[in-house]
Write a protein that binds this ligand. Structure first.
Ligand code: UTP
Length: 305
């Protein structure tokens, strides 16, 4: 069995990144630019997600794209001419930035011809997995989960309990109705942030929510999910829902756990979420933090003109 540098069995090597959605919340921009390429400060969301997957040990990313969104995969191609131009001009910082995305991991593409749902998008990646890949991760590029590291925790949970592992953030009860919410109980073991999932409720009203643990877009899925996806019927909106396939796995007795991520999550698939993420990341960037913070203070203190 393949092992990691710490000599423990590796839980996944492929990261599936579904990027075939219509991006209607970002219209009219998404008429021409895929939302995955919109920059958070200066880096497209898709590069941040690829970086997270690579750091967690993935060596391959399968991008699920839609017709017309070829530029998302093209973003990971090397640009030799531009590289030599920057080198000749001595712009070595920019050169390093330019080279980052192409060297993170190998990129394969599958095309989802029609937006038939997240579950359908994930199913398109099945044929790209090797026969010995018993699990893989899915990262939704709309979700920035910070700081990175939760995929590594999820891998440890799969090593211990087997099955599939999801990721949650604890949200205020008054906002649960915007999310898929977990019905979960503490797992056998000491870690209070690892729970066994009994089910999920989509967008519950606050009073009925089984918990305040909302799904964040990170999944470590056993290959069994593909059979479950083939067996389910289209759900909400006529789309094949990944959560319905996971619910079917739970019904079959497949272990499903959730790791509660005690960090931040930004939904960069909508304009305000992207703005929050940009402010958050700018305040963490050494080269921007001080000037941006003082500009922000003075802007908040000055009247609207
Ligand atoms: P969303 O429903 O949040 O994204 O899907 P969307 O459809 O692009 O956005 P809006 O609502 O129209 O603004 C969650 C993730 O699943 C992918 C999306 O690209 C996003 O990463 N997805 C969704 C697909 O790849 N295919 C689909 O058919 C649906």
């Amino acid at each position: 069995m393949e092992t990691t540098s710490s000599n423990v069995p590796r839980q996944f090597r492929t990261a599936v990144v579904p990027a075939a959605g219509l991006g209607t919340r970002f219209l009219p921009t998404t008429k021409a630019v895929p939302k995955e390429l919109l920059p958070v400060v200066d880096t497209p969301g898709i590069e941040l997600v690829a970086e997270e997957a690579a750091q967690a040990g993935a060596d391959r990313m399968v991008l699920v794209t839609a017709p017309g969104k070829e530029s998302v995969a093209a973003y990971f191609a090397e640009e030799r001419e531009l590289e030599s131009l920057l080198a000749r001009r001595g712009k070595f910082d920019l050169l390093e930035r330019l080279r980052n995305a192409p060297k993170l991991l190998d990129v394969d593409t599958v095309v989802q011809q029609r937006p038939l749902g997240l579950g359908h998008a994930v199913l398109q990646a099945e044929s790209t997995l090797a026969a010995d890949e018993s699990a893989f991760v899915v990262l939704l590029p709309d979700d920035l989960v910070l700081p990175s590291g939760v995929l590594e925790t999820m891998a440890r949970v799969r090593r211990r309990y087997g099955g599939s592992v999801l990721c949650a953030i604890d949200v205020p009860r008054e906002s649960v109705s915007a999310y898929g919410v977990f019905d979960a109980v503490p797992a056998f073991g000491a870690d209070p942030d690892v729970l066994r999932v009994n089910g999920m409720v989509e967008k519950p009203i606050a009073a009925d929510a089984p918990s305040t643990l909302a799904a964040a877009g990170r999944y470590l899925l056993d290959r069994a999910v593909f059979d479950a996806l083939r067996a389910i019927e289209p759900g909400a909106g006529g789309e094949l829902q990944l959560t319905d396939a996971i619910a079917a796995l739970i019904d079959q007795g497949h272990p499903v756990h959730v790791v509660v991520h005690r960090g931040r999550r930004h939904d960069i698939g909508n304009p305000m979420g992207l703005l929050h993420a940009s402010v958050d990341l700018a305040l963490r960037r050494e080269e921007y933090a001080d000037t941006f913070r003082s500009w922000l203070h003075s802007r908040l203190d000055s009247p609207m003109l």
